[in-house]
Design a binder for this molecule. Structure first.
Ligand SMILES: [Zn+2]
Length: 385
């Protein structure tokens, strides 16, 4: 007797369905929990005595005040993608003096390198490029591929986070500017990505699936180190684009006209690996098409209609010939044969949670901070936001 297949339900508002994630529910109108969660997040963000622009202006004034007498007043992480480039343009408009940080993990597309250099030259800013040790990074990425965990990008994101904090400390910078935004990134199905801070997880995956060589140069920040930064250096991370009426297409037009930026043809395609990961590894091994959440975000933020999103989703993920070239390039750079790579693609999928994690420590820390802030507000020692 055949097992009964569960009925698949698709959201009536966005593109997500119960086949995309185990953690999804639907209300009586058939709207999914990610759409309702999106609304709640935006409402909570706007539930403030002052308008977002006023709050952002206050932060800019504070950045400038704290940066007086210093070489920089903030740090800006620049990938060369739309969001971070628009952020750079905004920072320039505000008269900020950022230290621009870029991570070269060996996978930058030529166009990304050109875009980044061009932006810094035009704006007259210092660019700090951290070139990661390729051999070590390759070992780490291969360990993740062999382990069968989904979020291989954790390795780059964690390293950027560690480098930015180290530089903030070195130059006594109190603000980091971030291109994360609700408008295009708030919706992310549970299980599609993993916590970027969790160095314990990285260490354990590498220990079990890596080459056995000790990591010597990989930039990292463990729980105790990160706690020290949080508690004593009090570096504030500002998701600037959340405070602005951010529209992706408008942003592209502005940075193209003002900064000579050139488009890559896809979200996060500034990196050769990220592109291959999104068009081939994620769909092929994990059944994940990231366009679904990018497009669902755009629907929720009112930038496109559901019909337009569905049309876009019908487009093929890649051009066959282009993919063949990309695959050849990626495999050669990793030093993997076609057979080895196919074995990885067909191998088992493992959850990040199957490895050691410092998730519980972070949960306890944030719970403690939440309680502490509540108490301070109650006795009037902290301003109610
Ligand atoms: Zn939805």
């Amino acid at each position: 007797m055949q097992a009964e297949q569960p009925i698949q339900q698709t959201c009536t508002h966005c593109l997500l369905s119960s086949a995309d994630t185990e953690v999804i529910s639907f209300n009586n109108d058939g709207v999914c929990s990610y759409c309702t969660g999106y609304e709640q997040t935006i409402r909570a963000f706007n539930k403030h005595a002052d308008a977002p622009e006023v709050r952002l202006n206050r932060m800019v004034s504070d950045m400038k005040a704290k940066g007086q007498g210093q070489r920089y007043d903030c740090i800006l992480g620049l990938s060369g993608g739309t969001d971070s480039t628009y952020l750079a343009w905004w920072a320039h408009q505000q008269g900020l003096r950022p230290l621009v940080v870029h991570m070269d993990n060996g996978w930058n597309s030529e166009l990304a390198v050109k875009n980044i250099e061009n932006i810094c030259t035009r704006l007259g800013w210092d660019l700090h490029t951290h070139v990661i040790d390729w051999e070590e990074f390759r070992e780490l990425q291969l360990a993740y591929l062999r382990a069968g965990v989904i979020d291989i990008e954790v390795l780059t994101d964690h390293a950027i986070y560690a480098v930015i904090y180290r530089l903030a400390r070195k130059y006594n910078i109190k603000y980091t500017l971030n291109g994360f935004n609700y408008a295009t990134e708030a919706i992310m199905p549970k299980g599609w990505t993993y916590n970027k801070r969790d160095y314990e997880n990285i260490r354990d995956i590498y220990k079990k699936y890596g080459s056995g060589k000790k990591l010597k140069t990989y930039p990292h920040l463990g729980f105790s180190g990160a706690l020290w930064y949080h508690l004593f250096l009090k570096i504030e991370n500002v998701n600037v684009l959340n405070y602005l009426p951010y529209n992706k297409e408008e942003a592209k037009k502005i940075i193209t006209a003002e900064l000579g930026w050139r488009d890559y043809g896809g979200k996060h395609f500034e990196s050769v690996f990220t592109k291959f990961y999104q068009i081939y590894i994620l769909p092929g091994k994990f059944g994940v098409d990231k366009r679904k959440c990018h497009l669902s975000n755009l629907i929720c933020s009112g930038q496109i209609t559901r019909e337009q999103a569905l049309e876009e989703l019908k487009m093929p993920l890649y051009d066959e010939a282009e993919l063949r070239d990309e695959k050849q390039f990626v495999l050669k750079k990793f030093g993997l044969s076609e057979t080895e790579f196919d074995a990885i693609m067909n191998g088992p999928v493992r959850k990040h949670e199957a490895f050691k994690t410092d998730k519980v420590l972070w949960q306890r820390y944030f719970k403690f901070i939440g309680l502490l802030n509540g108490c301070l507000k109650a006795i009037g020692l902290r301003r109610k936001s």
